[in-house]
Ligand binder design. Structure first.
Ligand code: SF4
Length: 263
């Protein structure tokens, strides 16, 4: 580790304890601020900017600041408090965002130091980063959750603001090198939720050799945050999806010999 990185800080917007849904066992989830993508359904719009920002709750007349700069030592000092729970449950630390790789050097070094201390590591990512940086990062990750939003480059660009080319390249690398990989697909109405979409995803996953996926049904948990940030939200009137709404999608994926769970 360089001396510079020892003192460098990353912008973090939450450290959530006792999570049971972000990898094996009991986990502490460290949420990184900043994301290069702009999904129009994003449920964490406060995570998109890489800097601290203000949120104003007009009902409570209260201002909160989202995001705080922390060093690796400060984060490790916090998460290590839960080490007994990791040991008992087979848990550990998960990085989430935003996009963790927006602050890739810091995240990679944080994971390296956690592993050095014997702590199991997991991370969520969109894989939207240069491939050499991605490769160094996944070397430090025990369980990788990799988000894919669309199989089609143009539709990806229309919904998210960038092509999926680099993302798919990095996914192929993760499939080759990662022992535990779970591909996640957020299912968004009128974006990637048709039977045709399910078949195209299945075809892509068969080609890449993806064996296990999770479907994340569209929800409205982030709607209020747009209001707090003074931003427009395009999906205000779109109903949430429920697990059973995605039975047809799951069946199509499973018919292609891919294990599929709806979260
Ligand atoms: S990748 Fe995640 S954090 Fe980034 S804009 Fe999309 S949904 Fe939001």
């Amino acid at each position: 580790m360089t001396t510079q990185l020892a003192t460098k800080q990353a912008c973090i917007f939450n450290i959530q304890k006792f999570s049971l849904h972000d990898g094996p066992g009991i986990r502490t989830v460290v949420f990184f601020k900043g994301c290069p993508l702009r999904c129009y359904w994003c449920a964490n719009p406060e995570s998109q900017s890489g800097k601290p920002e203000k949120m104003w709750d007009n009902q409570k007349k209260a201002m909160t600041t989202v995001g705080e700069y922390k060093t690796i030592k400060e984060i490790i000092d916090e998460v290590i408090k839960d080490a007994p729970f990791y040991e008992e449950s087979g848990g550990g630390v998960t990085l989430s965002g935003g996009e963790v790789l927006y602050q890739a050097e810091f995240a990679t070094e944080l994971l390296r130091q956690l592993k050095e201390k014997g702590i199991h590591t997991a991370s969520e990512t969109t894989g939207s980063v240069k491939t050499d940086i991605f490769k160094k990062f996944i070397e430090q990750v025990d369980v990788l959750f990799f988000d894919i939003k669309h199989y089609d480059a143009e539709k990806h660009r229309a919904g998210i603001g960038s092509s999926n080319k680099l993302i798919l390249k990095n996914l192929a690398i993760a499939i080759q090198s990662q022992e535990e990989l779970i591909v996640r697909v957020p299912i968004i109405p009128n974006f990637n939720d048709s039977e045709y979409d399910a078949k195209q995803f299945a075809k892509l996953f068969n080609e890449l050799g993806v064996q296990k996926i999770e479907l994340l049904p569209f929800h409205q948990f982030g709607a209020k945050k747009y209001e707090y940030l003074g931003r427009k939200y395009k999906l205000q009137d779109i109903p949430q999806l429920h697990t059973e709404d995605l039975d047809y999608f799951k069946e199509i994926i499973e018919a292609h010999d891919i294990s599929c769970q709806v979260q």
